[in-house]
Structure formats: C-alpha cells, structure tokens
Design a protein. Structure first.
Length: 172
C-alpha cells in the first residue's frame, strides 16, 4: 500500500508554520535604562529643526533620507522623521494609523497626537508608540519602538526635552 501526501493536505500545516514564523519575527526592544543611569548627550538636526538630549550609549544613523534613527544594542529604539502625510503612510508610519490616535500630549509647547501601532520593517514587526507634531509644513514624528502604550521615564524625558528651532526669519 502506497501513501503519499497531497498538496491540499499539507496546506494547513504549511499555513501554521508560516504564521509561527511570522509571530517569531516580532522584535522586542532592549530594556531601557532609568534616566538616572544615563549619561545624556545633545543631538541637533538643522535639517529637521530640532534638538534633544539622548543617552550617550545610543548610536545615531542619519543616513535615513527622511530623518534619524537612534539604536540601543543595534535595535532602533527611537526613529524621528519629518515627512508629509502621504510619505509617512507609504512608509508604514503613523499616517497609516491616523484613525487610531490614542490621545494627545503637549510636546515642545505644541499639541502632539499619540499613536500606538505595530511598524513592519520587511519581515520584522515592532510595537511602536509615537508622537506627531505639525512642523515646517510637514509632520514631525518621534516614534519609540517599544512594547509599551505609555512612555517610560526615559522616553518621557526625551519628549519633554525636545526643542523646536525657530527659523532665523522668525527670531529676534
């Protein structure tokens, strides 16, 4: 007696394996230090018109044409972008979830809408909370790639320390 597997019989098993693989691709961020354990360094972007303090242990990647990525142990813990709504949506950022705002806060003296979403980067899924401010005719997003829905103390210090630069034509 000869037994063989037919493709339709294997399909449910394969589907389960693919789902398990995708579930395993959800990235978890490393644990953030408490603000008291951190040595802070200033970061400034004239292109985006911002300055803030970040942990010295974070590495900075400015090669992203739309913003900057701060990494802890190689993981992108903070991504700051300045984009129009269409570009943000096409990159899978806050605009794709704009109907799901989870609240608002004051950031750098302005009302910032808060979003909680899972950002997909190729096959990796990263839980994200972000704050979005209209800025320079676009939208400034500070996206923390973490699993929490409320900011941790370190993230709150970064948000509270964000400064938006006034263009030279508006100063003085």
């Amino acid at each position: 007696m000869k037994t063989c597997l037919r493709f339709p019989a294997v399909l449910p098993v394969m589907s389960c394996l693919v789902l398990l693989l995708l579930a395993a691709c959800t990235s978890e961020s490393p644990a953030l230090l408490s603000p008291e354990q951190v040595t802070w360094v200033p970061y400034q972007s004239d292109t985006m018109g911002i300055s803030l303090n970040v942990p010295k242990s974070w590495t900075v990647s400015e090669d992203d044409q739309d913003g900057v990525i701060f990494r802890q142990e190689g993981y992108p813990v903070l991504v700051i972008t300045l984009l129009d709504e269409e570009r943000s949506e096409s990159r899978g950022l806050w605009a794709r979830y704009k109907d799901q705002a989870t609240g608002s806060d004051t950031v750098s003296g302005q009302t910032a809408h808060r979003y909680a979403y899972v950002h997909q980067d190729v096959i990796f899924f990263m839980p994200t909370i972000s704050w979005v401010i209209p800025w320079r005719g676009q939208f400034l997003e500070l996206a923390f790639r973490t699993g929490n829905n409320e900011p941790e103390p370190l993230q709150r210090m970064i948000l509270d320390g964000l400064l938006l630069a006034v263009p030279d034509s508006q100063s003085g």
